[in-house]
Write a protein that binds this ligand. Sequence first.
Ligand code: ADP
Ligand code: MG
Length: 610
Amino acid sequence: MIKYVAGIDIGNATTETALGKIEDGKLLCCTSGITKTTGIKGTKENLYGMVNSLKEACRKMELPMPSLNLIRINEATPVIGDFAMETITQTVITESAMIGHNPDTPGGIGLGIGFTVFLEDIFESDKEKDYIVIISDQYDFPEAAEEINHAEEFGYSIKGLIVQNDDGVLICNRLKETIPIVDEVALINKIPVGYLCTVEVAPPGASIDFLTNPYGIATAFSLSSEETKHVIHIAKALIGNRSAVVIKTPSGSIQERIIPAGEIIITGKKQQYRVNVDDGSDKIMEQVKRAGTIQDIHGSSGTNVGGMLESVRKKMAQITESPEASIFIQDLMAVDTLVPQNVVGALANEFYMEKSVGIAAMVKTQKLHMQHLASLLEESTGCPAEIGGIEGDMAVLGTLTTPGSGKPILVVDIGAGSTDACYLDSTGRKTTIHLAGAGNMVTELIQAELGLSSREEAEAIKKYPLAKAESLFHLKHEDGSVEFFKTPINSGFFAKVLSIQPDGFLPIHTQHSLEKIRSVRREIKKKVLVKNVLRALTQVSSSGTLHEFEHVVLVGGSSLDFELPNMLTDVLAYYGITSGKGNIRGCMGPRNAVATGLLYAYLEEEKNHE
Ligand code: ADP
Ligand code: MG
């Protein structure tokens, strides 16, 4: 007799189906379906995604859905992850000492040093000195340019301009001599007058280099070595800008203030471990490790971490309709990062890369209402549905369909919210663990660190290589290769950094260079994915060292990553471990492991019945 059986895996991000045609306990053929998970994993909102994923598999099999004999869903690990970011430093300018910003169109070019003076006062000034002239929005650009030209004819030496309006280029075009002009400085009245000031504008496509060098600033202002130490922060804050102004005020300074970011309290089996968020991710992860099997994690109340950890708990309590007190946070992953933040006390909305910690947390409860979900599925499809097996076990069973694999096997499933590992040793003993932090955390960190406004762009940067459209007829790829086109590409792509997607190019809206985006992307993948794989292996090993493993099979959506396998190979080779992507059923790549496992578990049961 022929039977049709489907396994459905509901993940945080994706709902996958494996549908098998079975005759006398033998699998004749198999199709699959994949859709986005609808709603939070484990809730009734999942139904829609499940049905669609099933429909796709049925369509490929040319099977009407009601002819299905059995559907099995996974006993989903009740795990939800959440992510929060805590900024722990804040740069504050006391007195106006620096303007460093990226107006779209600064004017002129070069470096100018002189004393600050408002345009209206220039004719009363001392002719012996050099000047940087401040032009408020009372002047329109022809008027401003005329006054400057006039002053120069009169014998005043003007070395640069600071302009309130977005007029830099317009003024520059009307001047007799080219000088650097920084425009769009909103709070022009805060600029101290009569002080020595340096204005720098880099050529198009380049960034300033004199003022990003502390010794450059020291040279301009004849600073002592003690004073030079204080300007390191200024120099750092200006890196990457197209234009900048630095003014030497008597008490002006830039300070880095540490914001108390709260405390994380980890309850281990025997005792509590406490750590401050502003100690950074290494210290936090050290405590997470020391705590061993974590019972629960809290954050001090009234802080961002506290709020975030409690909101994860609350969300899970709502989903499972259980009291918050019964929900425990079982793992936490912290990563150091830098995020662009407005400088407090700045004159032109300057940004500074402040230190932050990104945190992913994971909650586990006793049980999700998977049984309820199975009944709903049964109602809407008209075929029997039941819970088939535990996610980790199913992942191993599915992964074992990879050609060339065998027991013992170590599987790491890198999904959206969590990294799960399962080790099946040669005696059949299984160890499974779930860790917070996977693909979503990578996307969130890319978006935050590059200051992108769209999550779609961050996801694209994560998944696909970059290129730059150097002309309408050629692209330079991130690996240095050049691709030529017979017909011109969309002119909107010109000079942009593009994400090379399978179905075309997505321009990234950012001022960052391709090299910068690439290095941020790779660094974040190392900090999150590589680190978590190592954590996972350490935790499933019986000795706590990695040397007992020989081979790791990677599955889950994040294993599709184009550069992760190489990064992992580099690190794991050190321990003598080889790693590779699974190829489920010899055709699915690292996808569909859990769904396939559900189907194969059924096949094994059938065999045992006979
Ligand atoms: P889950 O089991 O939690 O539903 P999946 O196994 O479907 O998760 O993996 C989803 C994750 O995989 C997402 O974070 C997604 O961004 C990531 N992902 C999917 N395709 C790729 C790819 N080609 N490169 C890198 N990451 C990918
Ligand atoms: Mg999964």
